[in-house]
Design a protein around this ligand. Sequence first.
Ligand SMILES: NC(=O)c1ccc[n+]([C@@H]2O[C@H](COP(=O)([O-])OP(=O)(O)OC[C@H]3O[C@@H](n4cnc5c(N)ncnc54)[C@H](O)[C@@H]3O)[C@@H](O)[C@H]2O)c1
Length: 377
Amino acid sequence: MSTRPLVRVGIIGGGLMGREAASAFARWFALENFPVRVELTAVCDLQPALLDWFRTIPSVRLLTADHRALLASADVDVVYVAVPHHLHEAIYLDVLRAGKDLLAEKPFGIDLAAARRIRDEAVRLGRFVRVSSEFPFLPGAQRALQLVAQGGLGRVLEIRSGFVHSSDLDPTKPINWKRQNQFCGEAGVMADLGLHAVHVPLRLGWKPASVYAQLQKIYATRPDGKGGTAVCDTWDNATLHCVTQVDGQPVPMTIETKRMAPTETNTWFIEILGTDRGVRYSTKEPKTLWTYRRDKEQWWEKTDLGFAMPFKTITGGIFEVGFPDLLMQMWAAFIAERAGLLDGRFGCATPDEAVASHEIWAAALESHRTRQVVPTP
Ligand SMILES: NC(=O)c1ccc[n+]([C@@H]2O[C@H](COP(=O)([O-])OP(=O)(O)OC[C@H]3O[C@@H](n4cnc5c(N)ncnc54)[C@H](O)[C@@H]3O)[C@@H](O)[C@H]2O)c1
């Protein structure tokens, strides 16, 4: 019998992300000397076929279509909720009021007001809450964070960060909830992809002070999947031209979130350029870290990255990193921080960071409406 404490997890929403989380728990033993055990005990989804999928996991003892039944279970300590955005607020509040801790999916409520209500209730009840954002656990992202922490960038000149894909270029792709404001939120692609793009800048203290937004709706309708046509009313692409403060100086920052970025599958990137040093990293070339240095000449140096993860695993140091690895690292950070064992490693996005991201999207929507530069709160 292991003496390591056990955290029992329940999942509400067993779709794309709920199943990814289950796969991270199923190979928890790959984490080396991790101080806490994790077990998936309960799953809630409305679709019987998905519940059947979870039936094959031996530790799952409760399968239900009623999230309140899951929350009433004494067999659940932490709940991961991965449902459409219009359901975030009601279900997250139910989780908190049931006395459970929460790993929430982004965007953490359908809009800014919802995000603030969830954050405030978590604070009032003293629950441990973090928000899903896995890309900063990439070795390349970690190296960018380290470079900034070391100093030596000189005067920061500009920052670019983004998360873009091309899944929506095909106009015959049927509509889903992420392409409709009533389910996704008025912020559209920013709500969907934005926290991924701003998590690292926010952690570095680089919240935009003002935003000028260029938002695009590209296809107004899509097949509804039943032989008809449905209105597709979310913003597809968003480019935000921002100004942030770095060392007391205004610095331009560009944030891109796009569903129609030709040739990109799931590309997360960050670029930070200073007068003396800089860094550029993109999942387009996931092993490649570019660092800039100014000497007598100016250099871009290319480093081949291995499996340098914040939480050590059995995986060989020269092997490649994939999406499931990032998700597992994010979960390890959540569980470690909850147990007070993060030990200086990178932590998951906080409710305050999620609220800050919504403040940027709200300013972006106003900027697009008014064609003005809009300050963030
Ligand atoms: N972190 C990431 O990289 C990432 C990636 C994709 C999606 N997401 C986020 O995860 C969340 C879910 O997205 P997804 O892509 O997994 O969606 P999905 O549509 O694949 O899954 C959502 C699931 O929720 C279930 N559901 C709906 N209402 C429910 C209810 N009342 N009770 C229980 N289950 C219910 C649906 O049946 C469905 O299986 C969203 O917030 C999304 O933004 C995060």
